[in-house]
Design a protein around this ligand. Structure first.
Ligand code: SF4
Ligand code: SF4
Length: 104
């Protein structure tokens, strides 16, 4: 599993670099984010949640039945929508209230 960053969408904010616990994301010569050590990504999804322009996709590995499936996020300050796209292109959406998400 790993992420893929769409450089056309990236606005160079640097937030994904700051939150990646493995320091796996860097900026290229144009200030756009890229993942340098793909194989070391353990899929915490912190970068997806932080990217305000939703430039990052998270690919689900075959080991968990992903086989080409992926996740991406979009939303606003109040809600975060997780889009889950399976290998056949079928999509499900899970909506999370950001203010409630850390309550337990
Ligand atoms: S958080 Fe998104 S917009 Fe910001 S640097 Fe990372 S990929 Fe680019
Ligand atoms: S999913 Fe987690 S470990 Fe992987 S690049 Fe994003 S922040 Fe880093």
């Amino acid at each position: 599993m790993s992420i893929k960053i769409d450089k056309d969408k990236c606005v160079r904010c640097g937030k994904c670099l700051e939150v990646c616990p493995g320091s796996l994301i860097y900026k290229d010569e144009n200030g756009k984010a890229y993942i340098k050590y793909e194989n070391n990504c353990w899929g915490c999804t912190a970068c997806l949640k932080e990217c305000g322009v939703h430039a990052i996709k998270y690919y689900l590995g075959a080991d968990i039945g992903g086989n080409g499936g992926y996740l991406y996020t979009e939303g606003n300050k109040e809600y975060l929508n997780w889009h889950i796209v399976d290998k056949d292109g079928e999509e499900q959406i899970i909506t999370i209230n950001r203010k409630e998400s850390n309550k337990y």
